[in-house]
Ligand binder design. Structure first.
Ligand SMILES: Nc1ncnc2c1ncn2[C@@H]1O[C@H](COP(=O)(O)OP(=O)(O)OP(=O)(O)O)[C@@H](O)[C@H]1O
Ligand SMILES: [Mg+2]
Length: 586
């Protein structure tokens, strides 16, 4: 719809539907728009009457009376205009406030496949910039356009009633103005779109550089980046200048047309006044009518653009709202506790529908037991976890917990019984405490401290400035990798899950922290069904069973000793490669 000129009325209707909860505000805004039209035209009309009926005949009493009426009218008009502006802005803000919430709520429920395909910046833009643009539909786009049009009609009516000939002279300018307005609207719209693309590019560039600042500085890439930024910045500035160019031409052009019309009208009107065809009052009132008629024409071109851009934004936002919640969650079985029996039954899976990342994978974990998964990078280990959480659809096969297929569970309740510690620990901006509880108010301070003690994290947390109130920066930048990991362990333990899934971080940690983390892991997996994607020999050896995954297929399965006995076995090779030289240390 960006490309054509038509206003998409069904889309506009849907935007206006959003005002439903605020029907009375909408009603009053509309009402004010309607009464403002005649109120505005009353002023020149009264002046006309004052001149012709009182000044020319010298009726001072009447003049004073009329002046009072005029003053009262001006005050009422000013109040009504104020109320109109206030209400239309208020309405816009109320609507977009609701809209932001629904978009956010919708996004956090979308399935992970959506996030694999969508840039982060895009989701942010939808929730902030696009919704802001929708606001202008209310402040400038709809009611204001209607108010302007009504105002023009009112002026035209009163002009025709007063003097048909003068009105016709005024109307000579109208086709020119409409044509100029149309040309301006088209040009301005095109260059506005360029401005928007450029600013999006600039945002994306900045976003990426700031996130990757460390890399930029480590590789001394400041010079190149700065050059690239200068280019983008130049394009952006040029686009803005182009837009201003059209404004700079359009408004003076309109002024010129208006001035010429005025001159024509005054010339003709003055002649008419001399011959008695036109009254002095009309001669004074008409220039005011003319301004009132032409000003909206000039604004309308701009306002239609605003409306159209608002609708483009609305189209995108509705696009998100109409997206299905990825995976249908109509499972009925709600659980409070699970025993923790896990079964993958001939599971085949692909992220993109082409390459199978898991191929015919079958295994079982008995309640309370620990399964360690090992394999080369990219072999599909983390994918197992994504599937167990039902983040994606399987291509084939079934995953069961306690003998019941995942699809039959009310996933919310099942996820509550599973805790997940991911390979790349994610911490949010906020206190350590909030990062542990994720703002779940049922978790008490004692529980958090107990869990930290059990994990062995209490000591270091207490030493942080502010202890549990220590403020974690974005993504946990002000904590070490090991510390972040420990906090995520406490987070998992505090929820006291029946099933624990742990994706060990691949990055190496110093031996002292290694010991702490080892202890923490043992605490975590005790008495729970656990699946651990392990990179540390110490973790692997503690597992009841080890599964070797290679290119999405299970190669070997057994205990540490069993697997080492397989001659030329995959595990043995992996073990020799990665751990053999470590063994004496363990
Ligand atoms: N969100 C995704 N979208 C598309 N492909 C993906 C996605 N996540 C992983 N893959 C692909 O699936 C394969 C398996 O990835 P997975 O993350 O399961 O490997 P992994 O065994 O956990 O590796 P590592 O030991 O490095 O963590 C890889 O080839 C990867 O490119
Ligand atoms: Mg992984």
């Amino acid at each position: 719809m960006a490309g054509n000129n038509k206003i998409d009325f069904s889309l506009l209707g849907r935007v206006l539907q959003l005002t439903k909860p605020y029907r009375s505000i909408f009603f009053w805004t509309g009402f004010l728009a309607i009464i403002l039209a005649p109120l505005g035209t009353a002023r020149p009309y009264l002046i006309n009457v004052m001149v012709d009926k009182y000044i020319v005949v010298g009726d001072l009493q009447g003049l004073i009376r009329m002046s009072m009426v005029l003053v009262v009218l001006l005050v009422i008009t000013a109040l009504a205009r104020y109320a109109f502006n206030y209400l239309s802005n208020w309405l816009g803000q109320l609507v977009i406030k609701d809209l932001r919430i629904s978009v956010f709520n919708h996004i956090i429920h979308l399935g992970l496949p959506y996030f694999d395909r969508t840039a982060i910046g895009q989701s942010t833009t939808r929730t902030i910039n696009d919704i802001e643009t929708i606001n202008s539909i209310f402040t400038q786009g709809t009611v204001t356009i209607v108010a302007d049009l009504l105002g023009m009609v009112a002026v035209l009516v009163i002009m025709f009633i007063t003097s048909v000939k003068l009105t016709l002279i005024c109307l000579i300018a109208l086709p020119f103005l409409i044509w100029a307005g149309y040309v301006f609207k088209e040009k301005a719209k095109a260059s506005f779109q360029i401005v928007r693309t450029k600013i999006a590019q600039m945002n994306a560039f900045l976003n990426e550089r700031i996130t990757g600042m460390r890399i930029v500085q480590i590789f001394n890439a400041e010079e190149q980046e700065s050059r690239k930024f200068r280019l983008i910045n130049r394009d952006y500035t040029q686009a803005n200048l182009d837009t201003n160019f059209y404004y700079a031409i359009f408004f003076p052009a309109v002024e010129l047309i208006a001035a010429m019309t005025l001159a024509l009208m005054v010339w003709w009107g003055a002649r008419g006044a001399l011959t008695g065809q036109v009254t002095i009052g009309e001669l004074i009132a008409f220039p005011i009518y003319l301004t009132m008629l032409l000003r909206p024409v000039r604004m309308l071109a701009d306002r239609f653009n605003t409306l159209q851009m608002g609708l483009v934004a609305a189209d995108r936002v509705f696009g998100i709202l109409d997206k299905e919640h990825g995976l249908k969650d109509n499972g009925q079985i709600a659980v409070e506790q699970v025993a923790g029996h896990i079964e993958f039954d001939r599971v085949t899976f692909s992220y993109d529908g082409e390459v199978d990342v898991l191929k015919d994978v079958s295994f079982e974990v008995q309640p309370g037991k620990t399964l360690a998964v090992v394999g080369h990078t990219g072999s599909g280990k983390s994918t197992l976890i994504n599937l167990l959480n039902r983040f994606y659809h399987l291509k084939n096969g079934t995953i069961r917990v306690d003998g019941i297929a995942l699809e039959e569970y009310d996933m919310r309740t099942l996820r509550q019984r599973m805790a997940l510690v991911l390979q790349d620990v994610f911490l949010f901006t906020g206190s350590v405490f909030d990062n542990i509880t994720l703002r779940n108010e049922n978790i008490t301070q004692e529980e958090v401290i107990d869990a930290s003690r059990l994990i062995g994290a209490h000591e270091f947390i207490e030493k942080l400035p502010g202890g549990y109130d220590f403020v974690v920066m974005e993504r946990g930048n002000n904590l070490s990798m090991g510390q972040r990991q420990l906090i995520s362990f406490v987070r998992a333990l505090v929820f006291n899950p029946n099933i624990l899934i742990l994706d060990e971080a691949t990055s190496s940690i110093d031996t002292e922290t290694e010991a702490v983390i080892q202890y923490a892991i043992e605490t975590l997996i005790a008495k729970r069904t656990s699946i651990i994607i392990a990179h540390r020999l110490s973790t692997i050896r503690h597992a009841d069973q080890i599964m070797v995954l290679d290119k999405g297929e299970i190669r070997e399965m057994g205990t540490h000793e069993e697997l080492l006995r397989i001659n030329n076995g995959f595990y043995k090779k992996l073990y020799d490669m990665q751990f053999a030289d470590l063994q004496p240390a363990i």
